[in-house]
Ligand binder design. Structure first.
Ligand code: NAD
Length: 514
């Protein structure tokens, strides 16, 4: 069997006026299509539901992006039953054919890049450029996992005279995907297509607030030719339908990305053996972070300020990889804080659907409220260096930098998931590493330094899944920077990396006496 080579998809070149104009025209066109209804896709059909949810534009919550049908428990059970029925044929479908569907989906995403960007700008308030990077990532996941499965389908021989020993992989069965809203296209795409190409029948339950984008993904997979029952789009409430499916005896594996709280709950729920269940479930859980960047006395401060601002305030700090702590050595602390403050002051906060916006809103009113409470707490735990005003009427929270924060302060320990940056002062590099490692999380981390011994030590001692040296800590690229954390940031191997697909497969050995 052949393995096609993988190459990353390039982002749109917005320096070209023509591309830029088309991108913004598409936002206006998509705006005309707001307010439609979207339905779950179960066993090859769009089905009506009793429950629905409205998805709102966080930059302007009066704008209803769409109404999404929410499945019931009975419909969830039906989806599992039809997935079971479709499994035999799907597992026998040649890898080339499965991979072909992923590549077709990638092609459709490439054709609809501007539209997908526009839907994301409007449904989750993400600035255009970042949406565009996300579409590239979704395309990359399709092509990369297609190529990875072509590699893994090769049987390995461990033969000895008189005996053949053949090692190969088979799919696991029924696979449940539970995705978050913050990368509303790339993350559900990555988890779903990995599961599908490995031969599993796959149910996608997206986050409620980003279900319209997830519906576009479902449409793309359907158009790409995914057979009925093999993929099913099942928007629904996490706490009811999600929790029910996690415990379903016929589900073999759960791939989750989201908060630590829900991830731990799923891990616990999935461990229990239900009546009739003949297997233990595998759980992949990618959870949060409290990511820090260390700035030492040898750092290039211009570079460091730019990297910290981008990492902390890109998508309003709502990335699992976002920087929420900056750990600065005493000798450069004053200068760094001064320059950081100036840089943050110049950020353009506003409606994500306006050109020029650098920082948009946060996802919804609940998040806005939660972040405001953390800010109130932070004001007791440190000194405000800069806080920007929040525009109206969306769910805005002004980016804020709080300095003189102690390592054990709440805002230095808990994931806030908003545009709130804590600055911590340390006496020396040993302290910097100790403080950096002093949380429950281990997702991303960074260091700005021109001291080789510091960089060497960070590589060994800084406990994070993805360490970035002298650059920002967000924006991992498929196959170049396989992504994921450990400690309470998650279990499972890295998305977009060479071990990822193995989690969706069951290895087998066949020994034959000859
Ligand atoms: P969330 O945990 O609130 O929700 C994630 C998903 O879980 C949603 O689809 C939700 O409906 C579902 N869910 C909720 N309760 C459930 C239950 N009891 N059983 C089953 N499913 C349930 O997270 P979120 O707010 O959507 O996303 C933000 C979080 O995701 C942050 O903590 C962020 O750090 C994390 N995240 C991590 C990564 C990573 O790769 N490590 C990537 C992106 C986001």
């Amino acid at each position: 069997p052949q393995r096609l080579p993988f190459a990353n998809a390039p982002d749109s070149d917005y320096a070209q006026a023509e591309i830029r104009d088309r991108a913004w025209q598409t936002v206006s066109q998509v705006r005309q299509q707001l307010g439609q209804s979207y339905q779950p896709w179960i066993n090859g059909e769009f089905v009506s539901t009793q429950g629905t949810a409205q998805s709102l534009n966080p930059s302007n919550p009066d704008e209803v992006v769409g109404t999404v049908g929410l499945i019931s428990i009975e419909q969830a059970d039906e989806a599992v039953a039809t997935a079971k029925a479709a499994f035999t044929a799907w597992r026998q479908t040649p890898v080339a054919e499965r991979a072909g569907i992923l590549r077709k989906a990638a092609e459709l995403m490439e054709q609809r890049r501007h539209e997908l960007n526009a839907w994301m700008v409007l449904e989750v308030g993400k600035p255009l450029r970042e949406c565009d990077g996300e579409v590239s990532e979704a395309i990359d996941f399709c092509r990369y996992y297609a190529s990875e499965m072509e590699r893994l389908q090769e049987e390995t021989a461990y033969d000895i005279p008189g005996e053949t020993n053949r090692y190969h992989y088979q799919p696991r069965g029924i696979s449940l995907i539970i995705s978050p809203w913050n990368f509303p296209l790339a993350i559900p795409t990555g988890m779903t297509v990995a599961s599908l190409v490995a031969g599993n029948c796959t149910l996608l339950k997206p986050a409620e607030v980003s279900s319209v984008i997830a519906a576009q993904l479902a449409q793309i997979l359907i158009e790409a030719g995914i057979p009925k029952g093999v993929f099913q789009f099942i928007p629904g409430k996490g706490s009811t339908v999600g929790a029910h499916l996690v415990k379903h005896p016929d589900v073999h594996m759960i791939t989750f990305t989201g908060s630590q709280e829900v991830g731990c709950q799923i891990y616990r729920d999935a461990a229990g053996l239900q009546p009739g269940q003949k297997h233990l479930k595998r759980v992949i859980a990618e959870m949060g972070g409290k990511n820090g960047i260390i700035i030492d006395e040898s750092a290039d401060l211009d570079q460091a300020v730019a990297g910290v601002v981008q990492s902390a305030f890109g998508y309003s700090g709502q990335k699992c990889s976002a920087c929420s702590r900056v750990i600065v050595l005493e000798s450069v602390y004053e200068t760094f804080v001064e320059r950081l403050t100036e840089a943050v002051r110049s950020l353009n906060v506003g409606d994500a659907s306006k050109p020029g916006t650098q920082v948009g809103p946060v996802i919804d009113g609940k998040a806005q409220q939660r972040i405001r409470e953390y800010i109130a707490q932070g004001k007791q735990e440190g000194t405000v260096a800069v806080e920007l005003a929040s525009p109206q009427p969306g769910y805005f929270v002004g980016p804020i930098v709080i300095t003189e924060v102690a390592p054990d302060a709440t805002i230095a320990q808990e994931e806030i998931f908003g545009p709130v940056l804590a600055v911590l002062k340390v006496a020396n590099f040993d302290d910097a590493l100790r403080v950096a490692n002093g949380t429950n999380y281990a997702l991303t981390g960074g260091i700005y330094s021109r001291t080789p011994s510091h960089i060497d030590r960070a590589q060994v001692e800084f406990e994070v899944g993805n360490l970035y040296v002298n650059r920002g800590i967000t924006g991992a690229i498929v196959s170049r920077q396989p992504f994921g954390g450990f400690k309470l940031s998650g279990v499972g191997s890295k998305a977009g990396g060479p071990d990822y697909l193995l989690q969706f497969l069951e290895p087998r050995t066949v020994t034959e006496n000859i």
